[in-house]
Design a protein around this ligand. Sequence first.
Ligand SMILES: Cc1cc2nc3c(=O)[nH]c(=O)nc-3n(C[C@H](O)[C@H](O)[C@H](O)COP(=O)(O)OP(=O)(O)OC[C@H]3O[C@@H](n4cnc5c(N)ncnc54)[C@H](O)[C@@H]3O)c2cc1C
Length: 288
Amino acid sequence: MIPGAFNYHRPASIAEAVGLLDTLGDDGRALAGGHSLIPMMKLRLATPANLVDLAGITDLKGIRGDGNDVVIGAMTTQYDLIGSDLLAAKVPILRETSLVIADPQVRYVGTLGGNVANGDPGNDMPAVMMCLGATYHIAGKGGERHIAAREFYQGAYFTALESGDLLTAVRIPVPAAGHGYAYEKLKRKVGDYATAAAAVVLTMKGGKIENCSIGLTNVADTPLWAEEAAKILVGSSLDAPTVKRAVAAAEAITSPASDARGPAIYRTKMAGVMLARALARAKSRAGA
Ligand SMILES: Cc1cc2nc3c(=O)[nH]c(=O)nc-3n(C[C@H](O)[C@H](O)[C@H](O)COP(=O)(O)OP(=O)(O)OC[C@H]3O[C@@H](n4cnc5c(N)ncnc54)[C@H](O)[C@@H]3O)c2cc1C
């Protein structure tokens, strides 16, 4: 339960952090809130020789509107997301999701950047970011580049981040005014990771679904964007037979592990149940 020895670095700017991470290569690791990384280090599942603490970089913090997008700094905490009036007005699914992550102690220090960069399929924000069509801003030795959340996740703990890369911010297109949304998460107890969870953002026109996007958490090696399931729903009124077809399409792309949260088939079915609930709740909120 005691981590191995490591050197501690505390850069004051993004450029300094990128320089350090580049020089240290595989021997260096960014430290954000530490609520995924430190437990891994205590279990010796991660043994970085150098930690590059991002806490002193003010440019990595904050939430701002930018045209039709909101931009959230990587070191913005889940607690900050919950308290943001801008997000409550523009992207309320982020508050709903943050409130079912862990517990208040974790949320006070756990960051959005750490949650999406971690690559753990149990993290809740990645599927929400895929659902919203978010883009990640990455600073590396070659300068800044942007990667869509839908293309970022490659396997459990494998992402598009390369050695020396720093995730600086997340850019989210604001969903249309009056959109419906929901994040439904099944967990064994408060503070647990999802057995299965579903994120839905949709718009309705004349009683029919106009646009729909769906993300699924912890039912595969990566978060999932359920594109086919969403397509089935467009043009429908969310009638029972169409929802059933969409749920089947979503379940078909899952491949969860059997683990302490239940056998694989149960977790697949729970993904379907979470999706049906999220669709119903999102519909009830649409146009409000
Ligand atoms: C008891 C407990 C329960 C939890 N339950 C949940 C839950 O239900 N749902 C959930 O989603 N999470 C849960 N978590 C995890 C929590 O949300 C973490 O805070 C989050 O996963 C990681 O964020 P962090 O800021 O703590 O990152 P850290 O732990 O500091 O970092 C995580 C990883 O991301 C990398 N990293 C961090 N920031 C950057 C960056 N800017 N650029 C590049 N790489 C970066 C680090 O190098 C590390 O590999 C739980 C944690 C605990 C301790």
